[in-house]
Design a protein around this ligand. Structure first.
Ligand code: PA5
Length: 454
């Protein structure tokens, strides 16, 4: 059953003047063709379309293996360090943060009923790694090292440090028991190392790119180890997969509608899409979405710029620009029906803060009114508003959201006529960094870059 709904009323409202029904219907034929292309695997990047059927393809055997390894991590370690960058960590973090206690780091393992998940290999910061080393000193930890290519610098550097530490503490065999590698089935340095050391491994299929891999072991293993229900996550994604099948036409397909609306707005000069949440636990879901859309669409000097905000926090910073800055923005809100736990505001005798008018209302209701008030203000200020509504944040609704955004991203990329599944632009910084660091094979570039640096 699908509980996610997309609401375009504030973009289509007559008086808002942003879009008309006709602007959306204009995309019908094009989107039908793109959906068919995705289904037939005949479009750009056709060799990376395995994510489309992941929810329905995942086997009971794979789920059981994931749960068994996750249970082993839970029984062995108080902390799980997820080592990866980009698509190799953002999906796991998006879901884990969305489902976790806000202060999970301050809970005991018994209270959490699972290890604390922390992250490494997503930056090259010496202070970060030093602090990590420090906090792990007297802790029992395990490592999930995740890299499809197996050669990415950031996770490789962090893993080198963690592997050495685990081996010094527990010996080779003890370390092996605490390391899981998720990587290509055959290629790459990590695969070679994992086979050589005898680590527990999970494969990343050739036809699934990093940012579309949250429903593979890349996301599912850390999520399961953090104690969350990966079956419900997959079920939610599967429900969305079935609901938005290739034959479903625009009028009934929320994915096609979202892709059409955002592209119609883009063509009318709305070059920036801001994904907004009203729950701090969605912060990393928004980060995951930014990567998905930024890396998939930003090509050939085209692409909607994906930005993210966490309201109401950011209403006191970015709110000014959204309300009043250059009118090149549209806003997509992840609107959550109700918080997992609510809290009633009490009356207070002194009422110095003048908040007694809120007595007996809940914090959830206040947040909702902030959301509605903001939407109306932003629409009034010239910012079209799309609402993606879910009843609450659960593994099932997150699964729906994940599949919804992935498929809409693929369709949107095709509307832009780019390959949504490659990332050639990411190589530019890497080859400069390698040349500046003196990596063998990059010698020609080194002198030119040093001259440019002056
Ligand atoms: O989406 C992508 O493909 C990238 O963000 C990759 O996930 C990221 O660069 C990490 O790559 P790898 O998993 O090969 O270490």
């Amino acid at each position: 059953m699908i509980s996610l709904q997309v609401n375009f009323t504030q973009t289509l409202a007559k008086r808002s003047g942003f879009l008309t029904e006709a602007d959306i219907v204009d995309f019908e034929g094009e989107i039908l063709a793109h959906n068919q292309c995705l289904h037939d695997k005949t479009g750009k990047g056709y060799e990376f379309l395995g994510w489309q059927t992941l929810p329905s393809d995942i086997s009971e055997e794979e789920l059981q293996k994931l749960e068994t390894v996750a249970t082993h991590i839970q029984n062995t370690a108080d902390i799980l360090v997820v080592v990866g960058i980009g698509g190799s960590y953002l999906g796991a973090r998006a879901v884990i943060d969305a489902l976790s206690h806000h202060f999970s780091a301050m809970l005991s393992k018994t209270e959490r009923q699972a290890p604390l998940v922390i992250y490494a290999g997503q930056n090259i910061c010496a202070d970060y790694l030093t602090d990590l080393q420090g906090i792990l000193k007297n802790k029992s930890y395990a490592v999930a090292v995740i890299s499809k290519s197996g050669t990415t610098t950031e996770p490789a550097l962090a893993f080198r440090m963690l592997k050495k530490d685990l081996e010094e503490r527990y010996g080779k065999d003890g370390a092996k028991d605490r390391i899981v590698a998720i990587t290509d089935a055959r290629k790459g340095a990590l695969r070679k190392l994992a086979d050589q050391e005898g680590y527990q491994t999970f494969d990343i299929a050739d036809d699934i790119g990093g940012r579309f891999s949250v429903l593979t072991p890349v996301g599912l293993l850390p999520i399961a180890a953090a104690g969350f229900d990966i079956r419900q996550l997959v079920e939610g994604a599967k429900a969305m997969q079935e609901f938005t099948d290739t034959e479903i036409d625009l009028a009934k397909n929320p994915i096609s509608q979202y892709a059409a609306v955002r592209n119609a707005l883009y063509r009318k000069g709305k070059k920036i899409e801001i994904l907004a949440g009203y729950h701090p636990r969605l912060q990393y879901f928004i980060e995951w979405w930014k990567q998905l859309y930024g890396e998939s669409e930003g090509k050939e000097h085209k692409g909607i710029f994906p930005a993210g905000v966490n309201f109401t926090t950011d209403l006191h910073s970015m709110g000014q620009l959204i309300q009043d800055g250059e009118r090149s923005i549209f806003e997509t809100v992840i609107s959550v029906g109700k918080p997992t736990q609510d809290m009633t505001i009490e009356k207070e005798k002194a009422n110095l803060d003048k908040l007694n008018y809120l007595a007996r209302k809940t914090i959830g209701e206040v947040n909702h009114m902030a959301e509605k008030g903001t939407m109306l203000a932003h629409v009034e200020g010239g910012v079209p508003n799309i609402r993606i509504e879910i009843p609450e944040i659960t593994p099932y609704t997150l699964g729906q959201l994940i599949y919804f955004f992935e498929k809409a991203c693929a369709v949107s990329g095709y509307i832009l006529n780019v390959n949504p599944f490659d990332q050639p632009g990411v190589e530019a910084y890497k080859s400069n960094m390698f040349a500046l660091l003196g990596k063998p094979g990059f010698e020609d570039k080194t002198q030119k870059l040093l001259a440019r640096l002056g």
